[in-house]
Design a protein around this ligand. Sequence first.
Ligand SMILES: [Zn+2]
Length: 176
Amino acid sequence: MTMSTTPSTRPTLQNSKTPATMCTEAGCTNVAAFSYVWPWGEPGACCSNHRLHVQQRAENLGRGAVHMTAVDPHFVPPITRDERTQLIAARMSAEQETKDALARGAELYALNTRANQECQRLRARNEEAEAQLTDVRAQLDAVIGQRNEALAAAGSAQREVERLKALLPKDPTPHG
Ligand SMILES: [Zn+2]
């Protein structure tokens, strides 16, 4: 399996986001191995394959050979002021996001704690109410029991009155 690179993606140096310097010869997609400056000041870069082409062209122009400088593939240019500013801004933004996330986490934790406390309070109140209801039911049962006992007592008293009435003479003789 071979790696394929799309023309739009420029190779980058290892462990760096800096794009590699490319050969400036028309139609070439190689990473540059040499950099040079034309006698009129224009900079260029070429791969090993195009080194002789460039030298030949320089000679044809009659301006002498250009000085080729090997491009160090491990060269990582120092970060610019702009890049440093962007890095600092990115770090500050990340720090702020972390702070926000922590604050939100603490807020949710506090809300959860309050919800749990409220839940416990309501549960305790419910237990209290159920205990009160049990007490009231017991009191009601006692009152109903007392009423039934009183009714039973009244009933037997009534029966005793009837029994005593039956013992009395049916047609008592008047006195005097
Ligand atoms: Zn080339």
